[in-house]
Design a protein around this ligand. Structure first.
Ligand SMILES: [Zn+2]
Length: 242
C-alpha cells in the first residue's frame, strides 16, 4: 500500500471511529448508570447476606438467653415457695444468700436478653429496608436494560457496518500498527490526523521540523512511512495528498 492509500485509509478509519463514537454516546451514559446500579445491587445483596447471617446467630443467642432466664425465674419461684418453711436462722441466711445470687444473675441475663431483642428488631428492620432497595434496583436495572437494548437494536445495522469497515481497513495494516492506532484514537478522542498547514501541524499548531517541510520531501519518504507530529503524534498529511 502506498503512502497516499495509507493516509486515505486511516482518514476513513478515523471517520468510522468517530461515527461509532457518536452512536456509542447514545447509550454509553445509560450503560455506565447500569453498571453503577449493578454495583449498588451487589453491595446491598452482600450486606443483606451478612446481616441475615448475623441475625441467625443472634436469634440462637436470644433463644439461649431466654432459656437461662426461664430457668432462673423458675428457681426463684421455687425458692419463694420454700421461704415460709425455713425456720432456722442458718437456713434463712443461706436462702438469702442464694436468692441474692439468683437475683443478680437474673438482672444480668435480663439486661442482655432485652438488649439483644432490641438489636434484633433493628437488624430485622434494616434487612427489610435493604429488601425494598433491592426491589427498586431490580426494577431500575430491568428498565435500563430494556432502554439500552432498544437503542442498540435501532443502530445495530449501522454499528455492524462500521465494525466491518474498520475490520476491512485494519487488515491492510500490520497488527502492531492496528494496536497502536487504536490506542492513539482512544487517547486523542478519535482525532489522530492533522493537515500540514504553513509548515505547522494543524492539530497542535507546532511548527514542524524542516525535514517535514514541503510536499516533495514527504513524497520522497518511503511508501510505508507515515509522518507523525513530534508533539501531538497525530499523523500528518497535505490536502493535496488527497
Ligand atoms: Zn501536532
Amino acid at each position: 500500500m502506498d503512502r497516499i492509500s495509507r493516509i486515505q485509509n486511516i482518514i476513513r478509519w478515523q471517520e468510522l471511529y468517530q461515527e461509532r463514537k457518536i452512536i456509542v454516546a447514545t447509550y454509553e451514559g445509560s450503560e455506565q448508570k447500569l453498571l453503577k446500579l449493578k454495583e449498588d445491587y451487589d453491595l446491598a445483596q452482600s450486606n443483606k447476606t451478612k446481616l441475615t447471617e448475623f441475625s441467625t446467630s443472634l436469634s440462637e443467642k436470644i433463644t439461649q438467653e431466654e432459656a437461662r432466664l426461664d430457668h432462673i425465674l423458675t428457681q426463684i419461684d421455687n425458692m419463694e415457695k420454700d421461704r415460709d418453711n425455713l425456720k432456722m436462722s442458718r437456713q434463712i441466711k443461706s436462702w438469702e444468700k442464694d436468692m441474692d445470687k439468683y437475683s443478680q444473675d437474673r438482672a444480668v441475663i435480663e439486661a442482655q436478653f432485652y438488649y439483644d431483642k432490641s438489636k434484633m428488631g433493628d437488624i430485622t428492620q434494616e434487612i427489610e429496608n435493604i429488601e425494598i432497595n433491592l426491589a427498586t434496583y431490580t426494577a431500575e436495572i430491568s428498565e435500563l436494560e430494556q432502554e439500552i437494548n432498544s437503542i442498540k437494536s435501532k443502530t445495530k445495522k449501522e454499528r455492524e457496518s462500521i465494525e466491518a469497515g474498520i475490520d476491512a481497513i485494519s487488515t491492510e495494516f500490520d497488527t502492531h500498527f492496528v494496536e497502536y492506532f487504536d490506542r492513539l484514537l482512544a487517547k486523542n478522542k478519535g482525532i489522530v490526523m492533522a493537515e500540514i498547514e504553513d509548515d505547522s501541524c494543524s492539530g497542535c499548531n507546532i511548527l514542524l521540523p524542516t525535514s517535514y517541510h514541503g510536499g516533495d520531501t514527504i513524497q520522497d519518504v518511503d511508501d510505508s512511512a507515515l509522518l507523525q507530529c513530534p508533539n501531538c503524534f497525530r499523523y500528518l498529511y497535505y490536502t493535496e495528498d488527497l
